[in-house]
Design a protein around this ligand. Structure first.
Ligand SMILES: O=C(O)CCC(=O)C(=O)O
Length: 382
């Protein structure tokens, strides 16, 4: 790795130093070393563009659940940290709206685990079935808030939402997954992650758990490794929506100086190979300069295109469109769900939330293919 080991002082926590530097408010840090994949000059030095297999990604490829066709994607391989792959926002604006809605409206549902469950337990209150809807109703004065008597309002919930776990629920206390702490992994996210994995060469990827992190301006995520999964050969696939962020990726110890990357809405980071167990962190959320999701006309055009694909192509013509990586029935199901969701979505409140927040979904395969949980799990796998 080109990240510099300081041999003379191996115990130094250089990762933390860099984290603190990028987090610092005054004086603001120097961002000149940050790798920005939209800046060709910088990326040429450190990163290779990965040529994708165009036999599988022909120009007739449809708008697969709101992704741009793969032949348009920009996929980078970060030379100094092998296994780290970056896909520069392959989502249409409509798809970014869809996944934002999933993360804000659907994923914090009662069947999943959120940080709010613990706050609510402490306060002795029950949360409503749908925090987002209750919050919207409260804002528009339609409903009396169930926590009025406790003198904090529903906005409290959305503002205090920090994480949701999906599938096998990650236990933050003992850093384990267990076979008994599980909810159904969302089908659309499973297909999306499988598809992304297959495009970058992981044909057998089984998404079983995800952590959705909600950041506000000023939020950070400290340096850590994701090593609690039993399977370390499969990648972590991480999707970002909303505000920009600085993402640090270091080595397997904190003595390695991390590289800093500028992430934007829609960007996908894949940590596989040597980078799979490397330290990473988010020291800073940055205000985004450009917000694709704001453009109603653009979203309307994208939905019209998706609609014509869903309702005018026969399954057979889709099979022949080069889309060998995904089952066309799954694809149809998700495309239809995107259309129904977005056709009735009041985007304004989501947009307001997203203007001051960043959402990250990181998808993991917990077990090796064919493996079952050891009987005694809760012991952390190192
Ligand atoms: O927010 C991010 O980009 C990274 C999230 C992450 O590292 C994690 O959930 O383990």
């Amino acid at each position: 790795m080109a990240s510099t080991y300081r041999d003379d002082d191996e115990g130094t926590d250089i990762f933390r130093e860099e984290f603190k530097r990028y987090k610092r408010k005054e004086p603001p840090p120097d961002f000149s070393e940050v790798i920005d994949f939209t800046n060709e000059l910088i990326t040429n030095n450190n990163c290779n563009v990965i040529p994708l297999n165009h036999a599988e990604t022909t120009k007739t490829e449809p708008r697969l659940f709101g992704l741009r066709p793969v032949y348009e994607w920009k996929v980078y391989y970060y030379k100094t940290n092998p296994g780290f792959v970056f896909i520069s926002n392959p989502f249409t604006a409509a798809a970014q709206r869809y996944w934002t809605h999933r993360c804000l409206h659907d994923y914090p549902s009662k069947q999943n685990v959120t940080n709010l469950d613990f706050i609510e337990k402490q306060c002795g209150i029950n949360r409503p079935d749908n925090i987002w809807t209750a919050s919207e109703n409260y804002e528009s004065g339609k409903a009396q808030c169930f926590v009025d008597s406790l003198s904090f309002d529903m906005r409290f919930h959305m503002n205090k939402l920090r994480w949701v776990t999906l599938g096998y629920h990650y236990n933050w206390n003992d850093k384990t997954y267990s076979k008994n702490q599980v909810s159904t992994f969302p089908f659309d996210l499973e297909i999306l992650a499988k598809y992304i994995a297959s495009v970058v060469g992981f044909k057998e990827y089984n998404p079983e758990a995800a952590i959705v992190n909600y950041y506000h301006m000023g939020s950070t995520l400290a340096g850590h490794t994701d090593h609690s999964e039993f399977d370390h050969d499969s990648p972590i696939i991480s999707f970002s929506f909303g505000q920009d962020a600085i993402f640090l990726l270091g080595g397997v110890t904190k003595a390695v100086k991390p590289a800093a990357f500028h992430l934007r809405s829609g960007d996908i980071c894949i940590m596989a190979g040597d980078s799979r167990l490397c330290y990473h962190a988010v020291p800073r959320v940055l205000p985004s300069k450009h917000f694709e999701t704001s453009c109603n006309a653009r979203v309307a055009d994208e939905l019209a295109e998706l609609n014509s694909f869903v309702y005018q192509n026969t399954p057979n013509s889709r099979e022949n469109s080069g889309l060998s990586l995904i089952n066309s029935t799954d694809c149809d199901k998700i495309n239809k769900k995107i259309l129904t969701t977005l056709n009735s979505l009041h985007w304004e409140n989501y947009e307001n939330f997203l203007k001051e927040s960043r959402i990250n979904i990181s998808v993991r395969q917990v077990l090796k293919i064919g493996q079952s949980f050891p009987d005694h799990t809760n012991s952390e796998v190192k």
